[in-house]
Design a protein around this ligand. Structure first.
Ligand code: MFK
Length: 559
């Protein structure tokens, strides 16, 4: 009989994930984990079963922009894919936003929320995009103190009822760019009725079917620059369902995230309300940025976990050169390398989640607050890069099948590629790390990271990870020396090395947190994190290049 290869399969995405289960066992109180187990398992079954099958069957579907109705009226309606329509009510009813705001589990609420997301996300075709922005908008409104907007939007943004729940957009990027937002061109004019109306173009608005959005515009009398922008709340449609001075020019033709309806919009008299003051829009939207960056890191970690799960299952099924790939030393070596990167990414991401939950519960220490400010961009930038590398390796581990569309595998790589780009590129996030360290030139703001690494590697011997512990400690020490020596050389030198510096901190933290987990697991006879830590240490943690920027500019000198 002719040979046919059996495809990879997924088991329950909670039950088959020892990394998540072990971490939750350690970091959640027993009763909180017990209370959430059935939801985690239910979501795990959906992610492996119904939603996985639905995504494979409909992965070529795309949202559709209908600009005109049959009678010539401009309607600009975006029709979502059937898969997204299936995911939306599940996301609301499973509390993917609500869990964080109900705070039933106090400081652990964020952990529960992001654990649910992590299990479900890889089968949602990036429905996490509108959810991330919804969470970011809810947080921004909550901290804004704007009672009217809180009353109006928060109950909907955080609802578990799919019929009531809203999602939010985050309209920041204009034709002038998505990184240097301060030069945005959209203006806000106050009418005689006292209401603001917005005029401008938003160039990259993700998930444009949301009911509301937070956006930036410059009240006409304000000066140029970031301080002159104000943060506005916009509802997309009026009570009669008509668009609020918004035209959808076109949907973007993107490399990946193809079910996400990303659009170019023109705002022509869009009614909008100030969220908080008439200036400092960039500063005021940063709560949203920090939340969506955390979502980005969770998306990266669970994307890697899905790639590893598929590659591992396939390695058991695929026989070549007389044995399953899972018994071939070189293939095992490749899978182990992917697994170590994934586990490191997981640890850093969920440490950020844990700190965020403690902040929102009001129990964060001063040291932890400083750590959270640094860990958020570090988790985003470090895991975004890892996600692309792991997805690429996963495709290769399938040979030609990984390059063929109807296996569903190429999508993993295309969707991973957005993670280092949106929500701030690796370089922009590296500069944010410098921003968070302040401009004093002192290395003291690195102390919380050094203390974290020291705390984590204290148990290295217990896990047989002494060498890995030395690698993490040495990398952070090198980062400190680099900062002290580079600061006096000026801003250009500092910025030129910011990516290597930030990646070193991110990877050192990943390694240290893995070692800490390994010490805890070792007492329970589990060696998984220890093996990952030793492996991650060998991959390299210190990414600081000591070369000066003078040489680098020669490389760009044409020819
Ligand atoms: C799987 C899940 C996926 C999630 C999907 C979400 C899809 C969403 C699609 C998008 O919308 S992507 C577009 C996202 N855009 C960005 O992330 C913007 C990237 N650019 C930056 O982050 C720039 O660094 C920034 C716009 C912030 C630079 O602006 P400025 O005005 O030149 O910055 P400046 O003057 O340094 O900072 C202004 C204030 O904000 C300062 O406070 P002060 O006025 O008190 O000095 C900063 O300290 C503060 N700030 C900036 N970034 C901060 C922050 N505070 C806290 N946290 C931060 N991250």
């Amino acid at each position: 009989m002719a040979f046919f290869q059996t495809p990879p399969e997924l088991g329950n995405q909670y039950d088959e994930d020892p990394v998540l289960a072990s971490w939750l066992t350690r970091h959640l109180p027993e009763d909180v984990l017990r209370e959430n187990l059935s939801d985690l398992r239910e979501v795990g079954a959906l992610a492996a079963g119904e939603l996985h099958r639905s995504l494979l069957a409909t992965q070529d579907d795309e949202p559709r922009l209908v600009q005109w109705d049959a009678w010539g009226q401009r309607v600009d309606r975006i029709e979502l894919t059937a898969h997204w329509q299936k995911v939306a009510p599940i996301a609301a009813s499973k509390g993917l936003i609500a869990t964080a705001y109900e705070r039933r589990f106090a400081e652990h609420s964020r952990i529960v929320q992001f654990a649910l997301l992590y299990v479900l996300e890889p089968s949602t075709a990036i429905y996490s995009c509108p959810l991330a922005m919804t969470d970011g908008a809810a947080k921004t409104l909550l901290v804004s103190g704007n009672e009217a907007l809180k009353r109006r939007a928060l109950p909907r943004l955080t609802s578990r009822d799919p019929a009531v729940a809203w999602t939010s957009g985050q309209w920041m990027t204009e034709r002038t760019g998505g990184s240097d937002v301060a030069i945005s061109e959209t203006v806000a004019r106050r009418g005689t009725d006292g209401e603001f109306r917005l005029y401008g173009t938003k160039w990259f608005t993700s998930a444009t079917t949301s009911q509301m959005a937070l956006t930036l515009a410059r009240p006409d009398a304000n000066p140029p620059g970031g301080k002159g922008l104000a943060l506005f709340y916009v509802e997309q449609r009026d009570e009669d369902g008509r668009l609020n001075g918004i035209s959808v020019n076109r949907l973007k033709d993107k490399l990946g995230t193809r079910m996400v309806p990303t659009a170019e919009l023109t705002l022509e008299g869009t009614r909008a309300s100030l969220v908080y003051g008439e200036t400092d829009g960039i500063k005021n939207i940063t709560p949203m940025l920090n939340i969506t960056r955390t979502w980005n890191a969770v998306g990266a970690a669970c994307g890697m976990r899905r790639a590893v799960a598929l590659a591992r299952d396939y390695a058991r099924r695929r026989v070549a050169f007389g044995a399953p790939l899972a018994e071939k030393p070189l293939h095992v070596d490749t899978l182990a390398a992917m697994d170590a990167e994934y586990q490191g990414a997981f640890m850093l991401t969920f440490r950020a989640v844990e700190l965020l939950g403690r902040e929102e519960a009001g129990v964060l220490t001063e040291d932890e607050a400083a750590l959270l400010r640094l860990v958020t961009p570090l988790a985003k930038l470090t895991t975004g890069k890892q996600a692309v590398a792991v997805a690429s390796e996963a495709l290769e581990s399938f040979g030609g099948a990984g390059y063929v569309e109807d296996t569903g595998l190429p999508r993993l790589l295309r969707d991973a590629q957005v993670l280092p780009i949106w929500e701030g590129t690796t370089n922009v996030l590296s500069l944010d790390v410098l921003r968070a360290l302040g401009r004093s030139g002192s290395a003291a703001p690195l102390d919380p990271i050094e203390r974290e690494v020291r705390r984590c590697v204290a148990g290295a011997a217990k896990a047989g990870c002494e060498e890995a512990g030395r690698v993490a400690t040495a990398a952070v020490a090198h980062a400190r020396t680099w900062l002290e020596e580079t600061f006096p050389r000026g801003r250009a030198a500092l910025e030129g090395g910011a990516r290597g510096f930030a990646l070193t901190l991110g990877r050192a933290l990943e390694l240290a947190l893995l070692i800490d987990e390994a010490a805890w697991q070792a007492e329970r006879g589990d060696r998984r994190a220890a093996a990952a830590a030793r492996r991650l240490a060998r991959h390299g943690v210190d990414a600081i290049a000591d070369a000066g920027v003078e040489g680098d500019t020669q490389l760009l000198a044409g020819g």
